[in-house]
Design a protein around this ligand. Structure first.
Ligand code: KG4
Ligand code: ZN
Length: 334
């Protein structure tokens, strides 16, 4: 029998716990924090407090289902970073307490590596080397993945993350946080060619999304000055056009990354990989260019502990454990 590991994720606004046995994820319990909706973004102090309120029940629920006792655990894993310091601290402290009480090893996991490794939870799994476009509320990266724990960021955003661009545009339109899924929903019924927004071109394989946010703000302001109900009348077309613009910026870079590295096994991960426009765009670009494409199941796109458990499994096999004085890292390189 392989190792049984409990994994905890608390880097941002989801408190999550998952059990993995011999590389097979047994469950994935997620407590989403609704408290941030009315503020238009994650409020760090409220996130930290909500993690404290949720963590005991979330871990207990994960432990209950598969008939595994705490004394059966071989290790306890946690997200060390990157993320919000106050949020990370809750998961790190809880994991340390458990490891100490049970006398089992601790495994620290890099949240961004874990997003990539969400592709190893279910079949089919990508073969090495592959490229992974990791797109979330905090990151936009093109990662060259050589092995489970051997990854290199070859392109990234120089300012906002693409999820942030979705969320900020939604906020400008008066939609609640997180606005990405709502823009996706409205875009389904809209005409993506109705409006055009500027594309920002960065050197190499890097991205920039702050320009489009500003352009979008001025676009809406100018159109509403001419017609006060412009937004209400054109909501679907505006969302479809904006989404298409963001998706093109992502896919263009991914195509360049594939050409430069000569790698045609391509994956996407992170919260924005749930976007239907990105999924569709990737499918058609992949067909055109002969790519072998990997898109994670919806439940493993946004933050979850199953991906932390998957990463912990590979680290356990290599004997990569952390000491009990490990501290969280708000910024953590891959
Ligand atoms: O990976 P994630 O859950 O958390 C971070 O680590 O940031 O990603 C959350 C981000 C948010 O910006 C949210 O708006 C975006 O993912 N998102 C989407 C969709 N679902 C989630 N963006 C566009 N379309 C979606 N369907
Ligand atoms: Zn994430």
């Amino acid at each position: 029998m392989g190792p049984i590991i409990l994994a905890i994720e608390s880097s941002c606004d989801e408190t999550s716990a998952s059990l993995i046995r011999n590389g097979k994820v047994l469950n994935n319990i997620i407590a989403t924090q609704a408290v941030h909706r009315k503020y238009g973004g994650v409020v760090p102090e409220l996130a930290s407090r909500a993690h404290q309120q949720n963590i005991v029940a979330t871990v207990e629920e994960a432990m209950q289902g598969p008939g595994i006792r705490k004394t059966d655990l071989d290790a306890v894993a946690f997200t060390r970073g990157p993320g919000l310091m106050g949020s990370l601290l809750v998961g790190v402290s809880y994991a340390k307490g458990m490891a100490l009480a049970l006398g089992i090893p601790l495994i620290e996991v890099n949240h961004m590596q874990a997003h990539v490794l969400s592709h190893f939870i279910d079949d089919p799994k990508p073969t090495f080397p592959f490229l992974c476009l990791t797109v979330s509320g905090g990151h936009t990266q093109i990662v060259l993945v050589r092995d489970h724990l051997d990854m290199e960021v070859i392109g990234q955003t120089q300012d906002d993350a693409v999820g942030e661009a979705f969320d900020k545009a939604a906020k400008i339109m008066g939609l609640p946080y997180p606005g990405g899924p709502l823009i996706d929903q409205y875009a389904q019924k809209g005409n993506a060619s109705a409006f055009t927004f500027p594309e920002t071109n960065m050197p190499g394989l890097d991205f920039s999304f702050s320009g489009i946010k500003t352009a979008f703000l001025y676009f809406l302001r100018d159109e509403r000055a001419k017609n006060p109900t412009f937004l209400e009348e054109n909501l679907h077309d505006i969302c479809a056009s904006l989404q298409q613009n963001l998706v093109y910026m992502l896919l263009n870079r991914l195509r360049q990354a594939s050409e430069q590295t000569d790698i045609k096994t391509i994956a996407i991960a992170g919260g924005v990989s749930a976007n239907s426009g990105l999924r569709r765009g990737l499918q058609s670009m992949g067909q055109l260019l002969g790519w072998n494409i990997f898109i994670p199941a919806f439940e493993y796109c946004t933050d979850n502990a199953a991906m932390i458990a998957m990463a912990a499994h590979f680290k356990f096999l290599k004997g990569e454990f952390s000491s009990l004085d490990v501290v969280p890292l708000a910024r953590m390189p891959m």
